[in-house]
Design a protein around this ligand. Structure first.
Ligand code: APR
Ligand code: PHB
Length: 390
């Protein structure tokens, strides 16, 4: 089989790009290792930037997001027993974020691909890019005992952090930058009314916590835990008790608890691979970079990669102009690094770091005091949280 663009990975990055290209008459195929049910069972962050939402609308996938997603004009930070608010709307020049689960984003993208009859292959085993440094790249995968070959002009590696794409770039051509944080987030999803209409990020001496939501009847909460903890160590009651301890008392009394319908521990990592292109292979999303969840940058940063790639590919096919593709890595990385800086900063501001010297704890307290004493600092936070321009 031959297509113009072969996309490895059917997560939000791969699906969104295939949908956008399809609407421009560019032929794609998506090769996904897992089943659709498996992809849709993964629970991830739920805060969408304006730029990402716009891209979903352009992809004709924004209808349910606009109907069910909640516009948030601000969020809160609990610290030192008080609840302070960041006014996103005021400090970002009228911008906001949309609270809508990433799983729902992926579901909407799959449905849109179905509607257009997009080629999406699930359970594609042993996906392998070939001849990526040549002008005639191709991809093979296994379906049962058959090996299938897809010839293409370009390969998009949108197969997440553990995918095959990044690994097929020669090691000496890739620089990797990484920071692993010494804790994880224990997350609980519960069918309960959220504690507060807006998100609450919590800095507490017992550790970070986050009160988030998927809707007015579905809450998502997190607490910082040591990496050695296991999900089995945490009963629902133990989770709720610990969360309450980290909230200011007047907020904790508002918490409605219930049985967890999902509970998992995620490690926190910052990671960037450079460059994001090698020959005919372009990396996008988690395949090239990982963000700690603290500022909800993961999906939103994948969106800017997709935006640059989409325009680069459209310019290539429609105007024979390769500038967008040639500049892709540099443009994408410029924005990625700013998002890395922001998510690192928010992570450092809000977590408790074991084994840290007292001097650093005082600096962290001062960072928080400065934030709520300075409109400039709040403006900077708001500008980054709603998303820097593409
Ligand atoms: N072959 C084919 N598909 C693969 C392979 C492979 N070798 N390896 C991984 N995949 C698939 C995974 O099963 C997954 O469905 O690639 C997909 C990658 O999806 P994600 O990990 O969701 O990455 P991405 O689409 O870039 O999404 C952006 O934003 O909030 C963050 O991490 C969060 O997933 C989110 C990301
Ligand atoms: C979530 O709702 O899962 C969520 C929200 C904001 C974050 C991280 C996760 O910063």
């Amino acid at each position: 089989m031959r297509v113009q663009v072969c996309i490895i990975g059917g997560g939000p990055s791969g699906l969104l790009l295939s949908q956008l290209l399809h609407l421009q008459g560019i032929d794609t195929i998506v090769l996904e290792r897992a089943s659709r049910d498996h992809v849709l069972s993964r629970i991830r962050a739920g805060v969408l930037e304006h730029g990402f939402a716009e891209l979903m609308r352009e992809a004709q996938c924004g209808e349910r997001m606009d109907r069910e997603g909640e516009i948030h004009h601000g969020f809160n930070i609990a610290h030192d027993g008080v609840l302070d608010r960041i006014d996103l709307y005021k400090y970002s020049g009228g911008n906001s974020v949309l609270v809508y689960g990433q799983t729902e984003v992926t579901r909407d993208l799959y449905e849109a691909r179905d509607r257009l009859g997009g080629k999406v292959v699930h359970n594609a085993a042993d996906v392998q890019p070939h001849d990526i440094a040549s002008g005639q790249p191709f991809v093979t995968y296994r379906s049962g005992d058959q090996t299938i070959r897809i010839d293409c002009d370009y390969i998009i590696g949108a197969d997440g952090f553990h995918g095959v794409s990044r690994k097929s770039i020669p090691k000496d051509k890739l620089s990797e930058y990484e920071r692993v944080y010494p804790f994880g987030w224990l997350g609980v999803l519960s069918r309960t009314k959220p504690i507060n209409p807006e998100l609450i990020y919590v800095k507490h001496e017992r550790g970070f916590a986050l009160c988030s939501m998927r809707s007015q009847v579905l809450s998502r909460y997190y607490i910082q835990v040591p990496l050695s903890d296991k999900v089995e160590d945490w009963s629902d009651d133990a989770f709720w008790d610990e969360l309450k301890r980290r909230l200011p008392p007047h907020v904790a009394t508002e918490l409605i608890t219930g049985p967890s319908i999902e509970k998992s521990i995620a490690p926190l990592r910052s990671y960037v691979a450079e460059p994001m292109r090698y020959g005919r292979l372009f990396l996008a999303g988690d395949a090239a970079h990982i963000f700690p969840p603290t500022g909800a940058r993961g999906l939103n940063s994948a969106a800017s990669d997709i935006y640059y790639l989409y325009h680069g590919l459209v310019d290539h096919y429609k105007k024979s102009d390769d500038k967008g593709l040639d500049d892709y890595s540099q443009r994408a990385l410029a924005r990625i690094w700013k998002a890395q800086r922001f998510s690192w900063w928010m992570t450092m501001l809000l977590h408790r770091f074991p084994d840290r010297i007292a001097y650093e704890d005082r600096l962290q307290d001062t960072d928080m005091a400065y934030l709520f004493s300075s409109e400039a600092a709040q403006r900077s936070l708001a500008e980054n949280y709603v998303g820097l321009p593409f």
